[in-house]
Design a protein around this ligand. Structure first.
Ligand SMILES: Nc1ncnc2c1ncn2[C@@H]1O[C@H](COP(=O)(O)OP(=O)(O)OP(=O)(O)O)[C@@H](O)[C@H]1O
Ligand SMILES: [Mg+2]
Length: 347
């Protein structure tokens, strides 16, 4: 089976990265904005705004992140109650529009004979994978869904003796690559990621500064600049309105506490993923632990995990990936270009 264009897509709850065999690439937040009322619709002149443009226009738009907090990834939310069903339909439609938009950004439309590989969480359920096949299948001729950390490892040619930890917004996916296709027991999906850190950070700030006018997105930006689990974290100052006027708050301690709360659960996930292997394979995996995903950019995370693993197992080597934005999409594209005919439309 040959196609005109091959596409790799990392469809994350926070961001979507897409690359094609023609060398085109795009990166956008996985968010859609709908006009809040008739006036904003007339001013914006469209029914849907995507990605960064949606975030920047958020005063006149209702924003929806259809994959936030693992929604649509693990199960069908709200099944059975009518409001849940309606919300789910909205989320699916929003996801469809975002996928279509992302493909359009790299020139992939229904007129092009395209094949796409999509990265999904390691343990996404069959229903969610089928949904992705159905959504992407409206634009692309052939669709394959693979686990996100597998796509990262494939792109790096690290398919044997590698432990990939993909730290996203909604989930952290850990996958042991041992020279065969990863099976469910080789993978762990933790329901925590950057969103969970943002939740903890926001709660700490609001409980300690109840009068501050501050929102989650401001705190997420601060985390992305100064988030650290190192012993001496950088100073994290934020200008916010308190009692009607701007003040500078030093949020270093709250941010450090929120980031540190993440280390232990990831370490436990790594132990879980390693527990089924003999000492020889454990040793090989521990020598090549790769941190991927946006969360891998948190300062000191590689050192902190390496220290815990060394204390527990004796030796370990943890390295963050170089290109956390496109590594998943690049791996998915490589898979698309090298896939055999029988793999297409398999999930
Ligand atoms: N420098 C940074 N320090 C800490 N966290 C960061 C940094 N840069 C990005 N992040 C966080 O990484 C997360 C996004 O990672 P990524 O882009 O891999 O997510 P995703 O693939 O969309 O999510 P998922 O895989 O869970 O669906 C966000 O929570 C973001 O705030
Ligand atoms: Mg991801």
């Amino acid at each position: 089976m040959t196609f005109q264009v091959y596409v790799g897509m990392d469809l994350g709850s926070h961001k979507t990265a897409v690359m094609t065999s023609e060398g085109r690439r795009a990166f956008l937040p996985t968010v859609i904005g709908r006009p809040k009322d008739d006036l904003s619709r007339r001013l914006i002149k469209t029914d849907a705004v995507f990605g960064q443009a949606a975030i920047e226009g958020d005063h006149s738009l209702d924003l929806l992140r259809p994959l936030a907090h693992g929604r649509l990834k693990f199960h069908a939310p709200g099944a059975g109650d009518s409001k849940g069903v309606k919300d789910e339909a909205t989320q699916r439609e929003s996801l469809r529009l975002i996928v279509q938009h992302a493909l359009g950004l790299v020139g992939v439309t229904t007129d092009v004979n395209a094949a796409v590989v999509i990265g999904a969480p390691a343990l996404a359920c069959l229903e969610s994978k089928e949904l992705l096949v159905e959504i992407a299948g409206r634009t692309c001729r052939s669709v394959m869904v693979v686990s996100e950390p597998f796509a990262v490892a494939y792109g790096m040619d690290q398919l044997s003796g590698t432990l990939v930890v993909d730290i996203g917004a909604g989930t952290t996916d850990i996958c042991a690559l041992t020279g065969i296709y990863p099976r469910p027991e080789h993978q762990v999906t933790l329901p925590i990621g950057g969103d969970a850190i943002d939740d903890i950070f926001t709660n700490l700030v609001l409980s300690q500064h109840p009068k501050a006018i501050v929102n989650r997105s401001m705190l997420c930006n601060l985390k992305e600049r100064f988030g650290s689990v190192a012993e001496n974290p950088p100073q994290a100052d934020l200008t916010v309105v308190v009692d009607g006027r701007p003040q500078i708050l030093n949020l270093t301690r709250q941010l450090h506490d929120a980031c540190k709360s993440f280390v232990e659960p990831v370490f436990n996930g790594l132990k879980q993923c390693l527990s089924g292997w003999d000492s020889e394979m454990q040793g090989r995996l521990l020598r090549n632990v790769i941190l991927a995903g946006g969360g891998s950019r948190m300062q000191g995370l590689d050192t902190a995990l390496e220290r815990l693993l060394r204390e527990y197992y004796g030796s370990a080597r943890v390295n963050p990936i170089h290109d956390s934005m496109f590594a998943g999409a690049a791996g998915a594209l490589k898979l698309a270009m090298e896939a055999r005919p029988e793999h297409w439309n398999a999930i």
